[in-house]
Design a protein around this ligand. Structure first.
Ligand code: SF4
Length: 105
């Protein structure tokens, strides 16, 4: 189970999964990632793995290889949790927002 001992780990869809199903390699990682797609703590899980530099397994829907590539692309990020939670908040609060039309005078 990912996130054991964290404030979000008990809400992870994998909390009852066999750890061997998440810490897999090759094509089996696609099945592990599919489980993450419906998980409500995906953001927290991915942020945790990035902030803790966890090198093995699928966390938050990303394989270790994908996380390594992301960390290489964004070396200046000091808190992935803050970054991803801000991005989620902005996404949730701008969904469907229509820009205001200028008023005719
Ligand atoms: S995102 Fe995936 S690995 Fe993380 S808690 Fe959810 S199911 Fe588990």
């Amino acid at each position: 189970m990912a996130g054991r001992g964290t404030d979000w780990g008990e809400r992870g869809l994998c909390r009852t999964a066999d750890p061997d199903d998440l810490f897999v390699e090759g094509a089996a990682q696609h099945r592990a990632k599919a489980l993450c797609n419906g998980c409500t703590v995906r953001t927290e899980c991915l942020a945790y793995a990035l902030d803790q530099r966890i090198e093995h397994g699928v966390w938050g829907g990303m394989t270790e290889r994908e996380r390594r590539a992301l960390l290489r692309r964004r070396p200046m990020v000091s808190s992935w949790r803050r970054l991803l939670e801000t991005a989620r908040w902005e996404h949730e609060h701008t969904q469907g927002a229509v820009p205001a039309r200028p008023r005719a005078s």
